[in-house]
Design a binder for this molecule. Structure first.
Ligand code: UGA
Length: 432
């Protein structure tokens, strides 16, 4: 099928490369000429495992084309996926201007009947607005069906998730559009859920809010474990065996980050309050997460008193491993709080330093090697469980630090292992 993807962010790129790999003819359009120029030359600006290879392969065999030209993208296509950003506006609401702009362009440039699928995370009711914009502005003889098709890709494993997701959600009341979309994905062995547009939009928010709730819940239990002398790893293992609870998303730590959970939980709170519903549970999930991100600095102050002039090694800047994304990362809050306390911060991350430099500038030092970050530090804070960090032998801490104090915000090390070394080691929800 002839497919156009609007937006060359991580969702748009993974969708484009994935659909091309399935055999479709894909054109990916973005308004940023520089980004498109780089992509055409096989240069990818984001770190996403497997994506570079998939893009290169499908660019080379001509299944995937990049453009900034809306006529080329929209005038001769069957299906259009909207995958533009829906960033957070100040106050927590969702910025929909990119969605509106794309809808207007589509209406202006289509020359045949199309199905328009929204992948971007949009508040309930947005697809009806997209429909209205397109109906009002397109040529009256053309048919344009709008379908909600939310994405569930995780950064860092987005390529894997495209091919092996848990479900594909198609929100439409038009059975013909649903069956065409099913065909787009038919070579994937993934269950398809067909529902109405508004339920599809809500499935996306409810999924992310539920996952965030699991994380905040386990973090609260961890904080109580710490005080009563229980071990959160044992507790998570024990409760996760109940099939109704499940073992995933029960990893206690210093909270969730990223471009999705923080934004989507706030947006859902806004959607609820827009219909005069006080979503107290979700408000508590967000509050717990804010507290959790501050926990390492609270623990540091409790362990060593004033942080004024103290040298701190911050291990991990990305919001999770296998990505260079620092949006919503606990590390940003930790840096902010450490600097406010007068500490001197040197941060290590295998992929996210360039992004961190854009945001944090020279307020902190950067280390491209974990050992250099630890050199002469008085305190180490583990913020991201990258393999390079969690697999680092414990010996490196005493080798490079004076009297090592480690605050492990991701419970990377087993307590048994820790006991073999003379270290001050603090973690989340565990006895030591
Ligand atoms: C999340 C969802 O998992 C995807 O399904 C969704 O498509 C995506 O948002 C989105 O809306 O686009 P992502 O933000 O990439 O994906 O990352 P996750 O792997 O879900 O992790 C989010 C955060 O939760 C990370 O900071 C991670 O460290 C933290 N986390 C995760 C925990 O603290 N504990 C856990 O047990 C799991």
């Amino acid at each position: 099928m002839k497919i156009t993807v609007a937006g060359a962010g991580y969702v748009g790129l993974v969708t484009s490369a994935g659909l091309a790999e399935l055999g479709h003819q894909v054109t990916c359009i973005d308004i940023q000429r520089e980004k498109i120029d780089l992509l055409q030359n096989n240069r990818l600006q984001i770190y996403e495992p497997g994506l570079r290879h998939l893009l290169a392969k499908n660019l080379q065999n001509g299944k995937l084309v990049f453009t900034v030209d809306p006529h080329l993208a929209y005038s001769n296509t069957e299906i259009i996926f909207i995958a533009v950003g829906t960033p957070e506006k100040s106050g927590g609401s969702v910025e929909l201007k990119y969605i509106h702009e794309v809808a207007q362009q589509i209406a202006h440039f289509i020359e045949n009947d199309v199905i328009i699928c929204t992948k971007s995370t949009v508040p309930v009711g947005t697809n009806d607005l997209i429909k209205q914009i397109i109906e009002n502005q397109k040529a009256p003889t053309l048919r344009a069906e709008v379908v909600a098709n939310p994405e569930f890709l995780r950064e860092g494993s987005a390529v894997h998730d495209f091919f092996h997701g848990d479900r594909i959600v198609i929100g439409t009341d038009n059975l013909e559009a649903a069956s065409i979309l099913k065909k787009v994905y038919q070579s994937l062995d993934i269950p398809v859920i067909i529902t109405d547009i508004r339920s599809a939009e809500m499935i996306k928010y409810a999924s992310n809010a539920f996952l965030a709730t699991k994380i905040s819940f386990i973090n609260e239990i961890a904080n109580i474990c710490q005080k009563v002398g229980a071990d959160i790893e044992e507790v998570a293992f024990g409760i996760g065996h109940d099939k109704r609870i499940g073992p995933d998303f029960l990893k206690a730590g210093i909270g969730y980050g990223g471009s999705c959970f923080p934004k989507d939980t706030k947006a859902l709170l806004g959607i609820a309050s827009g219909v005069e519903h006080h979503f107290d549970l979700l408000a508590a999930v967000i509050n717990v997460n804010n507290f959790q991100q501050s926990l390492p600095v609270l623990m540091a102050k409790e362990a060593i008193g004033s942080l004024q002039g103290k040298k701190v090694a911050l291990l991990g800047l990305a919001f999770k491993p296998e990505t260079d994304d620092i949006r919503g990362s606990a590390s940003l809050r930790i840096v902010n709080e450490l600097l406010t306390e007068g500490a001197i911060v040197r941060a290590y991350d295998p992929a996210a330093i360039p992004n961190a430099q854009r945001v944090l500038g020279d307020t902190i030092e950067y280390a491209y090697d974990l050992r250099f970050a630890l050199h002469e530090a008085e305190l180490a804070i583990i913020a991201t469980d990258w393999a390079q960090i969690k697999n680092a032998p414990l010996e490196v801490y005493p080798s490079f630090m004076k009297d090592p104090i480690i605050i492990d915000g991701r419970n990377c090390y087993s307590l048994k292992e820790i006991q073999k070394h003379s270290l001050t080691y603090l973690s989340i929800g565990r006895r030591c």
